[in-house]
Design a protein around this ligand. Sequence first.
Ligand SMILES: [Zn+2]
Length: 94
Amino acid sequence: MMTPFGPHTHRGRRPAKSHRVGRALQPDGHMTMTYRAVEAHRCARCRATIAAGSLFSRHAQSGTSLFLGGQTREPVCMTCVPLRLETEEPGGQG
Ligand SMILES: [Zn+2]
């Protein structure tokens, strides 16, 4: 039977708004997951636009509503949290 207001059980094909790139080093020395934006995001700290194709990280923001028993992780731009990707481009010297 069909229940139009039933629980959402969408598994599998879900339009991704970002892709994982890899781990990067934060200025404070901690590692964080880096994402590449598929569509534009908004930085949770400075409200700048994170353009599609740009890298960003996600951080728990104070003041965000606790939902589903966990912290909400919001996109934060590279200006607020500069990232240094672990994977280095080959061929560079100096
Ligand atoms: Zn920002």
